[in-house]
Structure formats: C-alpha cells, structure tokens
Design a protein around this ligand. Sequence first.
Ligand code: TXA
Ligand code: MG
Length: 331
Amino acid sequence: MGFDSDITHAAQTLLAGGLVAFPTETVYGLGADAINERAVARVFEVKARPRFDPLIVHVPDLESATRLVTAFPAAAENLAARFWPGPLTLVLPKNDIVPDLVTAGCPTVALRVPDHPMALELLRAAARPIAAPSANPFGRVSPTTADHVREQLGDQIDLVLDGGPCRVGVESTVLRLSDQGAELLRPGGTALEEIESVIGQVELVRGEVSSRDREGMASPGRLPQHYAPQTPLVLWNRDPPGRTGAGPADSVAGVKGRRCGLLAFRPVDDSSAFESVEILSASGDLREAAAKFFAALRRLDAAGLDRIVAEIFPEIGLGRALNDRLRRAAH
Ligand code: TXA
Ligand code: MG
C-alpha cells in the first residue's frame, strides 16, 4: 500500500475503535480514538498500564487543542506558537469532551501536536483527538522504530504504521500550566532552556511525588522505575568533581569479572573491559545521542549481559531528559 492508502486505512481503524501504532518525532505512539472509552481501555490493557496513569492526547493543530480545554492561558499560547508541532506536551484544564479514563480522573488533559508528517496526516484523516502513550509495555524501554513496536506489542494491536526511526528519540517534555505558573512534570525533547526563553522561569517538580500530585494529579512518567531494560544498569560519571580521567571499568565497581556493556555519551579511551560498547555521539552532540539512545539501550539489553554501565550526560539541553530516563532505568 502507498502512503495515502496506509493512512486512510489507519484512520478507519482508529475510528472503528482499533489500536494503531504510529511514528512521531519523539517515539512511536500507541494510538486510540480519545473519545472512545472502549478503545482507550484497550490501550491500558495492551500496555498493562495502571489506570491512574493518564494518556497524552494528540491533535493536528492548536485549534483542535483549544476545543478540549476550558482555558488556554497566554503562556500556553506562546509556547504552542513557538514549539508546535514539536516535542512539547501542555497539561491544561480539560473540558467534558475528554473522557475521565484518558486523564485518569485528573481535571487536566495533556495535549501535544507531534512534528511528524505521518502522524499529522493520520490525525487530520481521523479528525479525532488521538490518545497515545509510547507504544511499549508499561515501564519498559520506549520504541523508536516500527520493529521495536512489533517486537513488543505486535500481535496485540491492529496496525503499525512504519515511518522509519524517530528523529528526536526521547519523549516530549511535559509541562503543566496553571494559575500557579509552569511546572516541568517530565523533561523531554524540548529543552527547558528553550521553554524558559519564552515564558520565564519554570518550576522543577523534583522527587517522585509532589504534594499537589498527592491530591490526585500524579504524573506517573515520574514513577521511580520506568524506561527500564531487563539488565541491571549502573551509572558512570566521567568527570566527577576533583577526580577526572578514570575510565568506566576503573571507576564503576563490579565491572571486572562480569560480562558488562557500556552505553557512553562520548568515545572512551579504553573500553576493553566491556563485551559490548555503544557510543552515542562521536562529537558529543546531545541531539544525536538522544536519537540513538533507546535503540542502543535495547541492543545492550538483548546482548545477555550481567550489567550495563551507562554514562551520565551533561545536565543541559536534551541531557536533562536523557539523565531522567537513565536514573529511572537504573532504579
Ligand atoms: O513523546 C511523547 O510524549 C510520546 C509520543 C507517543 O507522543 N508519548 C508518551 O506518552 O510518552 P506516555 O503515556 O508514555 O507518557 C505520558 C506522560 C506520563 O508521564 C503521564 O503521567 C503524563 O504524560 N501525563 C499525561 N496526562 C497528564 C495529566 N493530565 N497530568 C499530568 N501528567 C500527565
Ligand atoms: Mg511511556
């Protein structure tokens, strides 16, 4: 089938209550008609996702987003104008069109316009808001190719649209906007620095559960264990203060004598202690590293190793999102 007939078929499948995995610029999503509660319920089932974890709703444009909320504050408008389509999800007060199942009972809905031609075509063809979490079993590594989706969920879903590898490679940034200001719920593909250049300071929601979350607005992308490989993962800091130059095999305990893999941001001098080595960017480019991150983690996880040693990224730009995923994978 060609591109157009694929999309038409996928849109019809969604409108009939089916589940369609589709590419976005960040990761592959597992899509369902957000207005169809039975379809949405199937997404939770297939992912084995707890019902308290709300889904992101995907729309093709700003206008479609405004139809699902009771307020679209100026800060949200400025962010949408600057970053949509793109890897930024805005959490805003929902209206009655959005089923409670989608938002896990939260009074807010998470909205995003993905920056991918196939995703946008699909959203326009379906002409419905599409709820789509990442297309992986709950808590596991996110898919950045159609093959990753087929391997993990293949027989349980109706269709996988193949748009090639995802360009950004790490999930969208999730930002909650309210009268209290802007809160970063999940660092992601839009850098915090870029967001702050548009709306000023953003509150970082640290720790696993904030006081406001306990009042029923949890963002379980912040659950301590998430994005996790099966192989135990330990973190390596290349440049700890006051002690630089030690390689990963010397500075991480328990590498010698074990079958270990290395997931490094930049090239290392000596990786001979490692059975399998993934270098994410020869030039130290965080964008390149993000695009390769989940696929590299999967390859190491499939190599039957005792342990994965993963380099901590610089805590700037996309490095913030990558470190967030690493810390959860290491938990
Ligand atoms: O890049 C992405 O965001 C991908 C692609 C497919 O769009 N989607 C994705 O969805 O990562 P998911 O379900 O894996 O992550 C959604 C995150 C979760 O951390 C969830 O808790 C949070 O968004 N979230 C969704 N609705 C929320 C709400 N109303 N309030 C707070 N957090 C919310
Ligand atoms: Mg996910």
